[in-house]
Design a protein around this ligand. Structure first.
Ligand SMILES: Nc1nc2c(c(=O)[nH]1)N[C@H]1C(S)=C(S)[C@@H](COP(=O)(O)OP(=O)(O)OC[C@H]3O[C@@H](n4cnc5c(N)ncnc54)[C@H](O)[C@@H]3O)O[C@H]1N2
Ligand code: MOO
Ligand SMILES: [Mg+2]
Length: 665
């Protein structure tokens, strides 16, 4: 049984589903073909983003859709975008199917010349773009249908090793110089064996993208007018980040190193000594033999918490003065607090106690005595592998308490931050007023400050101009240094000076794992890896818009940094990330078709003695407006409006990523 997905692309049917006649018509068609069943059907607007989003999602192998049929948007009007949206997603074109459909259609009408169908295979799905009218859908599908089962069987049974080898050869030829980077090789090995790696990840099933960015040497007239990068969901982007974030090595670090806080412990740490490693008094008072009971006793010795000589053994009928934390003399089994005693007599010079009366009754063995190892036993586990060294100091404290000054932790990555844009003025180098069209570079100072406070080492790489040569050489120089992550902002969208993607792919030989994400803000966020200095290095090319850059740092870069540093995701999460909590909206907010990350201030408020977190959005949320990030201590994670009412009312509970402490009123 082949599962079929049907996507009707039509603005009008999207607004009024009752207008659609294609889904009922195909349902009827497939009823007569019992080898097939329609497993999914959707009606979406004529938007490239939406088409790409759904086609890439449905062609995931986990969806198990063998045949994906789109209907509509293949003509010549400005809203007819389906072929342009689908084409970049196709990994192996099927021109024969297109030819068969067109030649059959020509027999019926000359208007077949107005159709621009595409067909081909993505992963294990055959995708065919059909026209919009039910009649034409049946004619086109009918012309190729007899052969389709055969094609689907071939796609399904294909020997994946052979396929991957073939794809590797294709890529080999496409790569500049005809050579694959070591990462490509790694990728294919990864697929061949499908063994989980040390993070339990197996091959992602995502075929290596061909280079799809604009040719840097081609004139602007030849640039793609739609982004060739498929729009992935945030969830898919997280899977890709998880798969392609390199693992860091374990290093030995001093507990007082500036980078120690936030590091993840790379080995189980056992206590080499007990705490306390002598019997210590819990109070200031007198060590006694508990069975002696109340009465007057001579003070035969004094034990201070000083680490000096061992106090002499106490016999029954004697007491010893002790201070908190001082060793309890052998022979004594309890300590009585000074408040429960009375001075009876002094030495001749009056400076010392001679006899003291114990007033306390019911003293039992071990009273006010900390036994050896009662806080921490020698050999016990004090920090498990994977523990994060927190900001409270507790982990440093426990290590220090047993005399450990160095342990193994995962090395934290070192970052470099580069702004790109001819319009940018360096805040630290400004000499006068801004010229017309100039702006201050706010992304770099913003990112540098948040990265530093999170405990990562970061290098300020300055500003790169929007010129191919300078950008490429600055990126190459940065990657040739000792940084592990290169974070850039700007130049990732559709403008002719948006050079990051082609430079990463075509000059640096990097692999772009995703170049667009279905989210607001942050749509053109780009995640790539590149081999430099014998290592896999990560590039996050963030959008230039300041609020987008900041949101994307927290939503994408930070989780990757945490994963690279050895942190593990919590619960069902794909990546380690900022704490995700439920907050109540203080006011209603509109939902966007893209999942939206709104900036907000979260306050803990008590209503009738019950505490709750309430979020107030920081004003106008346009992605250019960095003011929406100032004062924010949270990023709300709002779902897409698709399939829901377009507004979240005040009081609705929603997810929020906490950037810092919440206010308490
Ligand atoms: N035709 C299209 N245009 C745009 C699309 C699209 O899909 N199609 N996407 C829009 C979205 S969404 C975003 S986000 C931006 C991303 O732009 P880029 O990453 O290419 O960045 P730039 O073009 O270089 O700059 C955008 C904007 O941000 C300002 N900027 C850049 N760097 C800084 C900085 N360091 N500090 C402060 N401000 C900065 C820059 O001056 C621009 O105003 O693209 C949309 N366009
Ligand atoms: O996706 Mo852009 O970041 O909205 O402005
Ligand atoms: Mg741009």
């Amino acid at each position: 049984m082949f599962k079929v997905g049907v996507i009707v692309v039509s603005d009008s049917c999207y607004k009024d589903r009752s207008l659609d006649k294609v889904i009922p018509c195909l349902e009827k068609f497939f009823k007569d073909h019992t080898d097939y069943s329609i497993a999914k059907a959707a009606i979406i607007p004529d938007s490239v983003d939406d088409i790409q989003y759904i086609v890439s999602k449905w062609s995931e192998e986990s969806e198990d859709l063998r045949l994906i049929l789109t209907s509509g948007g293949t003509g010549f009007t400005v809203r007819d975008n389906t072929p342009e949206a689908v084409k970049p997603l196709i990994q192996r074109e099927a021109p024969g199917i297109v030819h068969a459909m067109l030649s059959e259609s020509f027999k019926i009408t000359r208007f077949a010349m107005m159709a621009r169908p595409v067909a081909g295979v993505r992963k294990k799905s055959l995708i065919i773009t059909l026209p919009g009218s039910p009649k034409a859908v049946l004619e086109n599908l009918g012309s190729v249908f007899p052969t389709i089962s055969h094609a689907l069987t071939q796609i399904e049974n294909v020997d994946s090793r052979a396929l991957h080898r073939k794809m590797a050869r294709t890529l080999d030829e496409a790569a500049p110089g005809g050579k694959l980077t070591s990462e490509h090789d790694h990728h294919h090995n990864h697929h061949d064996h499908e063994k989980p790696d040390s993070r339990g990840r197996v091959g992602c099933g995502i075929a290596k993208h061909k280079m799809v960015s604009n040719d840097l040497d081609a004139p602007v007239t030849q640039r793609a007018r739609e982004s060739p990068f498929p729009m992935v969901s945030v969830e898919e982007s997280y899977k890709l980040i998880s798969q392609h974030t390199p693992e860091s090595e374990a290093i030995t670090m001093n507990v007082q190193d500036d980078l120690f806080v936030g590091s993840v412990v790379a080995e189980d740490v056992l206590a080499p000594v007990s705490v306390p490693n002598f019997r210590a008094s819990i109070v200031d008072g007198y060590a006694v033999v508990s069975s002696d009971g109340p009465g007057k006793y001579p003070v035969v010795s004094i034990s201070h918490a000083s680490g000096s000589n061992k106090p002499k053994v106490l016999a029954s009928g004697q007491i010893a003065r002790v201070t908190t934390g001082a060793p309890v003399p052998e022979g004594a089994d309890a300590v009585v607090m000074v408040e429960e005693t009375r001075l009876v007599s002094k030495t001749d010079d009056g400076s010392e106690e001679k006899e003291v009366e114990i007033l306390a009754t019911g003293v039992t063995p071990a009273d006010n005595v900390r036994a050896v190892g009662s806080d921490l036993k020698e050999g016990s586990l004090i920090l498990a592998k994977g523990t994060v060294i927190g900001k409270s100091g507790g982990e440093v404290g426990i290590l220090a308490s047993v005399g450990i000054s160095k342990i193994k932790v995962y090395r934290k990555p070192k970052l470099g931050v580069l702004s790109t844009g001819d319009e940018l003025v360096d805040l630290q180098k400004k000499t006068g007023e801004l010229s017309y069209g100039q702006i201050y570079d706010s992304n770099r100072p913003t990112l540098l400050s948040t990265i530093r406070q999170t405990g990562f080492e970061v290098v300020d790489l300055g500003i790169a101009l929007d010129s191919q040569e300078t950008l490429a050489s600055q990126l190459a120089k940065a990657l040739d240094s000792d940084i592990d992550y290169l974070i850039t902002t700007g130049g990732v969208s559709m403008g002719e000076l948006d050079l990051l993607k082609p430079t990463i792919e075509r000059v640096l030989n990097g692999t772009i794992h995703f170049g667009r994400v279905k989210m607001k803000p942050g749509k053109p966020t780009t995640f790539a890896t590149v081999t430099a200095k014998g290592k896999t290095k990560v590039i996050f090319a963030l959008p230039g818009n300041p609020a987008s850059a900041s949101v994307c740092y927290h939503v994408f870069v930070l989780p990757s940094l945490l994963l690279n540093s050895g942190s593990k995701p919590v619960g069902d999460e794909i990546l380690p990330q900022l704490p995700l909590v439920k907050v109540k909206l203080a006011a209603s907010t509109r939902l966007d078709p893209r999942p939206e990350y709104q900036r907000a201030r979260v306050t803990q408020i008590a209503t009738n003695g019950v505490y709750e977190l309430v979020a107030t959005v920081t004003g106008f949320q346009r992605s250019s407006r960095i003011a929406s990030f100032a004062t924010a201590n949270a990023i709300l994670v709002l779902p897409s409006s698709a399939g829901r009412s377009p507004q979240y009312e005040a009081g609705t509970l929603c997810d929020a990523l906490l950037l810092g402490p919440v206010d308490i009123v």
